[in-house]
Design a protein. Structure first.
Length: 164
């Protein structure tokens, strides 16, 4: 970043520091301004069995589930819906905890909000001099689920069923 922008950027980040998560900040917070709703129409609940995993993978899943329970981002569930957990390797060698929602997505009514055309978006950036990106820490957990959709987010592990 050019020196002329560094002080301005530092001031901007310091002004909004309260919006950033730090390891000492405690549990992740979610926005109070919006709730996500999953519209599945009149579809019957979809329930998948957990995928088979090795003992090491099972231990990794249990560790992740315990951390999510401790951070109040999931709760034990008795939902009729269940999607299996998958583990995806990250570039840094760690494992990304994911949920295979493909079957849920197949029965979800799609939003028709139009996405901007990439070429139009790039044209608008023509005179820009500074670009940045924002990487949310566990951004998925920061948008709360509506109470009527929470059961649809249920995921199953070899050791239990949980709602997001």
């Amino acid at each position: 970043m050019p020196e002329e922008y560094q002080a301005c950027m530092e001031q901007l980040l310091n002004t909004y520091e309260h919006l950033f998560h730090h390891e000492t900040s405690g549990p992740l917070r979610s926005t109070p301004h919006f709730e996500h709703h999953i519209d599945t129409g009149d579809s019957r609940p979809i329930r998948s069995a957990p995928y088979r995993v090795s003992r090491v993978e099972r231990d990794l899943i249990q560790t992740q589930v315990t951390e999510m329970l401790n951070n109040d981002v999931i709760t034990p569930s008795s939902s009729p819906w269940a999607s299996p957990v998958v583990k995806i390797p990250k570039k840094n060698g760690k494992i990304r905890f994911c949920i295979d929602y493909r079957r849920l997505n197949a029965v979800t009514v799609r939003d028709v909000y139009p996405l901007p055309r990439i070429d139009d978006f790039l044209d608008r950036l023509g005179g820009a001099k500074v670009f940045s990106s924002l990487d949310l820490k566990s951004g998925y957990w920061q948008l709360p689920m509506s109470s009527d959709s929470r059961s649809k987010t249920a995921f199953i592990t070899p050791d239990g069923l949980y709602d997001c």
